[in-house]
Design a protein around this ligand. Sequence first.
Ligand SMILES: NC(=O)C1=CN([C@@H]2O[C@H](COP(=O)(O)OP(=O)(O)OC[C@H]3O[C@@H](n4cnc5c(N)ncnc54)[C@H](OP(=O)(O)O)[C@@H]3O)[C@@H](O)[C@H]2O)C=CC1
Ligand SMILES: O=C1O[C@H](COP(=O)(O)O)[C@@H](O)[C@H](O)[C@H]1O
Length: 521
Amino acid sequence: MSLHTGPSPVTDARPGTATATTSPRSTSRPSASGSSTASPVPPADIVVFGGTGDLAVRKLLPALYLRDRDGQLPEQTRIVATSRAGLDEAGYRDKIRGDLPGFVRDEDHDDAVVDRFVERLTHVSLDIADEDGWAGLVAELPDADKVRVFYLAIAPSLFGPVSDRLAAEGLVTAQSRLVLEKPLGHDLASALEINDAVGAVFEEHQIFRIDHYLGKESVQNLLVTRFANTFLEPLWNATWVDHVQITAAESLGVGTRGGYYDGSGALRDMIQNHLLQLLCLVAMEPPTYVGRETVRDEKLKVLQALKPLVGVDVDSHVVAGQYTAGLVEGEAVKAYRDDAEAPASTTETFVALKAEVSNWRWAGVPFYLRTGKRMESRFSEIVIQFKDVPHPMFPDADGVSEPNRLVIQLQPNEGMKLHLTAKEPGPGGIRLRPVSLDLSYAQTFDQPSPEAYERLLMDVVRGNPTLFMRRDEVEAAWRWIEPIHERWARPEHAPRRYPAGTTGPFAATTLIERDGRSWHE
Ligand SMILES: NC(=O)C1=CN([C@@H]2O[C@H](COP(=O)(O)OP(=O)(O)OC[C@H]3O[C@@H](n4cnc5c(N)ncnc54)[C@H](OP(=O)(O)O)[C@@H]3O)[C@@H](O)[C@H]2O)C=CC1
Ligand SMILES: O=C1O[C@H](COP(=O)(O)O)[C@@H](O)[C@H](O)[C@H]1O
């Protein structure tokens, strides 16, 4: 079998029109993200608000470093970090030089590239809440014709104030893009408020709402698997699919982010965005072509078709859990309440739920979603469980015939498995045996997948919003989530406890077993 790695699956224009994204220019060295997406992007001034924070240091700067290494950042690209830390340019460069090795793999570390990369960096000290300090930022952005990226790696409550200030300082140009981190707000009302505030300054096409799951290679491959092959489409519906499972399990706890997490919880942190986006990609209709608005239009229709959890018993559809102390991958770990230093917290670190997409294609097909921290292992996958054969054709056979299952493994080992039933070789009668066709990305493509942020940051600079959430999508997702939070706001609600290192509370097993099904472990 030969597989070829051509241009990215996601284009930013109709097929047949030339675009920067699909241009076949190659870089001087092979790139982890494939030939077309590694073409140099336009020169840009990238302003990272929250440039000393966890996200910037752990994800954004390493991603930019890797794109620099692969020749994607032109010489004129500069990165301006802002925070209240009183760092000067040299101090910030030293900090990032020191931090980078902790967040890039040893084989990706190259001293010469680090030297070149840190030369691009500077730091402006400013407090978003104050008017002082902004002149320093204005001075760092002299070229109004250059692409300008304002990346808000800060709390969502600061998104509106930053936009207003950028406008007041005259920094918003036609070439500006605003990047907003998730979760966008806390609920529908705050999301509307933020969207209104940023929308008063930036056009919708300038706003990039990040959901980093959309930048994962395996997630983009889901689109290709569905729409660049013919054999799945006739089966991809309620006639043949029994149910769908989407799991994002983490073995990590909340780490140093307990302060943020305790006000958020798994429903806001993972389900409202990442898992619902995955559900959309599985359930959406084929767009006319895969382009910047067409995919988002189809995802929105799925969110709008989610059966509202209104007038139903929410508890029979959704299970919340919180981890207690336990053993994860052989290591003793603390309870969530100790991790988050919140002794009476009722924040959920686990959610399992059953959703339904009320449309012709999916009527009656449950979508089971599940995510949790401190689970027994880290794995994210989508399982398409097909219906059983309509009639037992081998009544006298030994062994078992299981329904077909397509498992799309998102992480850690990206790939795909198609579970089938085969005849075990032998001279006697027929013995049925479950087998699988396996596609491992690592073995097939022989190159590491880039980090999601690498891909997404380059798309921002290019101005390609396909893999970002549009305003209406974010709001539709919050709207669907609302009844769950309303139910959980009642005093009698408490998440069920599960020991760290397990698959979550028993109620999650009951949720699916009640329907005669079971989680794919
Ligand atoms: N960390 C992660 O893995 C992820 C984070 N996110 C989101 O990204 C955003 C940032 O998260 P994270 O990096 O973890 O947060 P941190 O608390 O680690 O960092 C916040 C940053 O914002 C700066 N900051 C805070 N208040 C102000 C202010 N008033 N004026 C100027 N700068 C300010 C801080 O610097 P200083 O205090 O020195 O001013 C710091 O650089 C959040 O919205 C979070 O939900 C989303 C997905 C993953
Ligand atoms: O957005 C978030 O995602 C991470 C999980 O991301 P992954 O790429 O490691 O699967 C999660 O840990 C974090 O709480 C959440 O904010």
